[in-house]
Design a binder for this molecule. Structure first.
Ligand code: FE2
Length: 257
C-alpha cells in the first residue's frame, strides 16, 4: 500500500496547498492512506474543528499534532468526538486525546502513532518507553505501524529510527519544517527520514514572515509571529509498504512548489 505523509501544514497557505494538490497527488500516486501534521494549520498554531474538517474533506485520513496541540481549545472537542486526530503518545497518563489511531487502507488496519521528542521541547514522558508501551498492544492488531516523531533534535530522531527498526513500518520526523534528504530503508525494513518538511509559505522562515524572525534574532525583542504570504510549497513523503510483512519497500520525498 502507499501512504502519503504531509509535513507540517502552516496556516492558510499550507491549507490551500492541500486543497489544491492533495486530490491530484492521491490519484496520480495511487495513495491509499494520507496522514498530515496539522498542529500549525490554524492562525497562531494549533487546529480548529473547522480546519480539521477542511483537511479531512480534502482527503486527509489521519491528522497528527505536536507541541502546539493545546493552542486551540477546539482540540478537546475533536478528541471527544474521536475524530482521527492524535497527539503525542508520551503526554502523561490521563491527558485528553489518544497517542495512536487505527486507520484503514486497502481493507487493512494501519496503526499511526504520534510521539514528541524531549530535546529542546517539553519534558514529556520518555518517547522510547511510550512507543514500546503502545507497540505492546498495537503489534497484536496489525503489522503496519507508522510512527511520526515530532521532534527538534536530529540525534533524537535518528535514535528513534534505529530503536524502532524492524519493529514498525516507518518512522518519520516532523516539527523542524525543513525537509531532510536522508530518506532510507533501515536494515530491518523500517522506512526512515529525519524530517518530511513543511507545507506552507515558501519565502518564509519556517512559515513565519522572514522580517519578523530576522528582527527577533537581531533585536531580541518579542514580536508577534505572522504567517508569511506569497508562494507556498507542499512537502511530504510517499511510503510503499508491503502489506504482508509490514515492511517499507520504498520511501520517496515529495516536493511541490
Ligand atoms: Fe511543532
Amino acid at each position: 500500500m502507499k501512504v502519503l505523509a504531509i509535513g507540517d501544514i502552516v496556516g492558510n497557505p499550507g491549507r490551500e496547498m492541500v486543497k489544491n494538490f492533495l486530490d491530484k497527488v492521491i490519484k496520480d500516486l495511487e495513495v491509499d492512506l494520507c496522514i498530515a501534521n496539522g498542529e500549525n494549520s490554524a492562525v497562531g498554531n494549533g487546529i480548529t474543528r473547522a480546519i480539521a474538517n477542511e483537511l479531512f474533506d480534502a482527503g486527509v485520513d489521519v491528522i497528527t499534532l505536536g507541541n502546539h496541540v493545546w493552542s486551540k481549545k477546539d482540540v478537546f472537542r475533536l478528541f471527544e468526538e474521536k475524530a482521527k486526530i492524535i497527539r503525542p503518545a508520551n503526554y502523561p497518563p490521563g491527558t485528553p486525546g489518544a497517542g495512536y489511531v487505527i486507520a484503514y487502507a486497502k481493507k487493512q488496519k494501519v496503526a499511526v502513532i504520534n510521539l514528541s521528542g524531549r530535546v529542546y521541547l517539553e519534558n514529556l514522558d520518555c518517547p522510547f518507553r511510550a512507543v514500546d508501551n503502545e507497540l505492546k498492544a498495537l503489534s497484536k492488531i496489525t503489522n503496519i505501524i507508522i510512527v511520526e516523531f515530532h521532534a527538534e533534535a536530529t540525534s533524537e530522531k535518528v535514535a528513534m529510527g534505529w530503536y524502532l527498526d524492524g519493529k514498525v513500518s516507518a518512522v518519520y520526523g516532523t516539527h523542524t519544517h525543513i525537509q531532510t534528504a536522508d530518506e532510507r530503508i533501515l536494515p530491518g525494513g523500517t522506512g526512515y527520514i529525519t524530517d518530511i518538511g513543511m507545507t506552507g509559505p515558501y519565502n518564509s522562515i519556517l512559515g513565519v514572515k522572514k522580517e519578523i524572525i530576522i528582527n527577533r534574532f537581531i533585536s531580541h525583542l518579542p514580536e508577534k509571529f505572522e504567517i508569511a504570504d506569497g508562494p507556498a510549497q507542499f512537502n511530504g513523503i510517499i511510503l510503499e509498504i508491503d502489506e504482508s510483512t509490514g515492511k517499507t519497500t520504498s520511501i520517496n520525498r515529495l516536493i511541490i512548489k
